[in-house]
Design a protein around this ligand. Structure first.
Ligand code: SAH
Length: 357
């Protein structure tokens, strides 16, 4: 019989399973503590559980970390792992050390349907949603690695993942239910204890899902991949804009802020001669003026397979926004020496992978 991954259950789900099988529901907390705090993967070692419960868990569930195919560590401390899933598909996850803790960029899909022209993820042909447990296991496996790396200083904030950005491969709002369940699980105070305000989710602009997300009234940070100041440019870069043009997107953003009272992030990749002119900065300022948010200017990471080039006008663009009274920051680049940009490591491996495993 196939076993269920324990990583797909919230504490509430586990309580229900325990009750239905005549176990004490409070053991769900103990199981969460073993798995997510102690990082124990062998149910037999969970010594404060009854023998009958341990047997039940062994028979019905498994707690497997993801298998790591390639681990690359950058000079700046960024760690990138190419994981192999049980069906042999590969995904990548990046850990970025920050002043405030350890931040992990998670992947939510194998490949991506959104086909943004500038992004390497669209080059990956196989596509499917990741299951909840496959997203949770990215964090679990990173935590195992950090525990080993900081084994002499386990109290250090460096020894565990504290922040999550849902900005890896895939469109999280195209895999809404699994991503929300993932957030529910990592948010659990008895488990990884990653607070909603430490989680940032980025979307290319799936408007109905932004509304649905707003209605959930969470404290999770929302980032919008805007990347253009008008529909003409955005249409040329991002097919999603044809379904949900900028006006609809901005309306949804305003609704989100109204419902949650949270500040929004607008991501804006600066691409040479596409969206980086002074007039674009002015147009952007006009578009978002008055909205409780800020612009995250992202230096473009060039991808061999497309013609887009890095902008040379990042500072200039930044200054125009500032002068217009718009809050903006320039995003620090991580792990440029280890292909840390979206889909790059995986896209590069894709051709050779079959020969190597
Ligand atoms: N699908 C989601 C999340 C994944 S991409 C979204 O679109 O927001 C995370 C961010 O990286 C997005 O803002 C995306 O537009 C940006 N991105 C993609 N390819 C990039 C590249 N080559 N260089 C810089 N940023 C890139």
């Amino acid at each position: 019989m196939e076993k269920n991954s324990i990583f797909k259950y919230s504490i509430k789900d586990l309580q229900e399973i325990l009750i239905n099988n005549n176990f004490n529901k409070f053991s769900a907390q103990q199981i969460f503590d073993w798995i997510y705090v102690k990082l124990e993967t062998d149910f037999n070692n969970m010594t404060n559980l009854s023998k009958s419960l341990r047997d039940f868990l062994v028979q019905n569930f498994e707690a497997k970390p993801l298998s790591s195919l390639v681990i690359k560590e950058s000079k700046d401390g960024t760690i990138k792992i190419l994981f192999m899933l049980d069906d042999k598909r590969t995904i990548e996850t990046v850990l970025m050390p920050q002043k405030y803790g350890q931040s992990v960029c998670v992947t939510t899909q194998v490949g991506c349907k959104m086909a943004c022209k500038f992004c390497a993820s669209g080059l990956i042909k196989t596509e499917r949603n990741l299951e909840t447990d496959e997203i949770v296991r990215q964090i679990f496996t990173m935590n195992c690695l950090l525990k080993e790396k900081y084994k002499d200083d386990l109290e250090s904030p460096r020894a565990r993942v504290s922040h999550i950005v849902v900005m890896g491969i895939g469109e999280p709002f195209d895999n809404f239910n699994n991503v929300m369940k993932f957030i529910d699980i990592i948010n659990e105070p008895k488990g990884f204890q990653i607070g909603a305000r430490h989680i940032t989710l980025s979307t290319c602009g799936v408007v109905p899902k932004i509304i649905e997300f707003a209605n959930m009234k969470t404290q999770i940070n929302l980032a919008i991949s805007l990347h253009a100041s008008n529909n003409e440019i955005r249409n040329s870069m991002m097919p999603i804009n044809k379904a949900f043009p900028i006006e609809k997107l901005i309306e949804a953003v305003k609704y989100y802020i109204q419902m949650t009272n949270r500040r929004i992030t607008f991501e804006y990749i600066l691409i040479d001669d596409v969206n980086d002119r002074r007039e674009h900065a002015l147009e952007l300022a006009k578009l978002i003026r008055g909205i409780n948010g800020y612009v995250n200017l992202i230096p473009y990471n060039e991808v061999e397979e497309n013609p887009y080039k890095k902008s040379k006008k990042v500072d200039e663009f930044f200054k125009v926004l500032k002068k217009e009274g718009i809050n903006a920051i320039v995003r620090k680049e991580f792990g440029a020496d280890i292909d840390a940009a979206c889909g790059q490591l995986r896209a590069k491996r894709e051709g050779v992978i079959k020969n190597e495993i």
